[in-house]
Design a protein around this ligand. Sequence first.
Ligand code: C2E
Ligand code: MG
Ligand code: MG
Length: 274
Amino acid sequence: FLHYKALLEKAFNEDEFVLYYQPYFYTNNLSIAGFETLTRWRSKHHGVMLPGNFIPILEETGLILKLETFIIDQACRDLKLINSTKLNTDNLFSTSINISPISFKNEDVNKKITKILSWHKRNGKSNECGLSKQINIEITESSFLENPSKMIETLEQLKSSGFKISLDDFGTGYSSFSYLKDLPIDYLKIDISFVRNLLSNNKLKAITKTIIDLAHDLDLKTIAEGVETKEQFELLKSYGCDIVQGFWLAKPMQIDELIEFIGKWKIEKEKYLQ
Ligand code: C2E
Ligand code: MG
Ligand code: MG
């Protein structure tokens, strides 16, 4: 463990953490709604590591707070870059950022993000004041475990600063319908485990359809993760799911690739719509 901690500290010093972005799409016309920020550790010794291998250790050591400062800052930089180019002719794209339960427990997340955004206001040229409206904070249900009322208060502050909130991995872990009504959130992200076996399992179909209907009745939008096939997409679309994310349409990619992807998408998407 100590060995790992030292390795991760070194990784910070040597800028080995990089952001990947996975686009997500409006189900009705497959235009890009935004992209989720997913961290990779490009280790000189171990190659590219996925977050499952290092986020838990960063959480345990408290280094996650440092990582998230870096991520939020970089995500703002990249979002400004993308929204300021000619790539985007319709609405502004948004970016989703995963925030760990550990961060909510240990610091004032609203204050932290607002502060990082203010760096961009000073350094940038125009229109940064609206940046919060393009940022979607992804939280997980375990963030509510310890002190639900404090968590709700934080989310309300974030929302009044203009941020959108998504409840990630919905349907796994501690889902409780009774508290859904109290949460100041905008999106439910339907967990990949529902989508993976959707086509072959009628019970999963019923649950997924019901989650989407429930979300809509509560004025929430739904995002399905892990959509890998056209068949999964069509079924989710028939259930009224608002947004889809998954390898069928796009994998996580670095910023250069993302810019290229966005540039080609208007033509490329026609293939998927057929
Ligand atoms: P998540 O937020 O639920 O992210 C979605 C995960 O599903 C990503 O895995 C993504 O690559 C993967 N995925 C997307 N589409 C598909 C698909 O069609 N098929 C399959 N098999 N997988 C798909 P990834 O990048 O390995 O991230 C895993 C988890 O690590 C994330 O789950 C998130 O909870 C966490 N994570 C990633 N980056 C960060 C970060 O910067 N901060 C924090 N706190 N957590 C992070
Ligand atoms: Mg997420
Ligand atoms: Mg998820």
